[in-house]
Ligand binder design. Structure first.
Ligand SMILES: [Zn+2]
Ligand SMILES: [Zn+2]
Ligand SMILES: [Zn+2]
Length: 147
């Protein structure tokens, strides 16, 4: 098993989640795939491999993986990519947040981590508890293609 799958299983286990076959299969598909995936894409991949599942099961698994920082939602498309941080040290979840930069030419994604609190003007009647951010850019090959 590769690092992503091993890490995912260890993390879920340490938080008391059962490691079901379906969870392992979904982690494996995420680890093999660079392109953003919807739960329906995962159902398709799994049926190609004769692995039985349905969209509701994959939605629930994605929910669990997202809450545990193993996947990130792409705000503009609603699809998901695996977290690409290498070693999931405490650093990875607590001291920084994870954002996706997406190429507007081909849809390839990169992950960035923001470490410092970002400066937001104070809002008098609201306490800000978090932020969602998505960056749009152009990857190297699209820069060449479009220039
Ligand atoms: Zn991440
Ligand atoms: Zn591109
Ligand atoms: Zn951030």
């Amino acid at each position: 098993m590769n690092t992503y799958v091993t890490h995912g299983i260890n993390l879920l286990r340490s938080k008391g989640f059962r490691i079901t076959t379906a969870r392992q299969q979904v982690l494996a598909i995420l680890s093999e795939t660079e392109a953003p995936l919807s739960p329906y894409d995962v159902v398709d991949y799994m049926s190609e491999k004769n692995q039985k599942t349905d969209a509701i099961t994959v939605y629930r698994i994605f929910d669990c993986l997202e809450q545990n920082g193993l996947i990130h939602r792409i705000l503009s498309s609603g699809k998901f990519v695996k977290c690409r941080i290498e070693a999931h040290t405490p650093h990875s979840q607590q001291q920084c947040c994870h954002h996706i930069a997406i190429c507007d030419g081909c849809g390839t994604t990169r992950e960035i981590h923001c470490h410092a609190p970002i400066h937001i003007p104070p809002i008098p009647d609201m306490i800000i508890t978090g932020h969602r951010l998505e960056l749009i850019g152009r990857c190297t090959s699209c820069q060449e293609r479009f220039s």
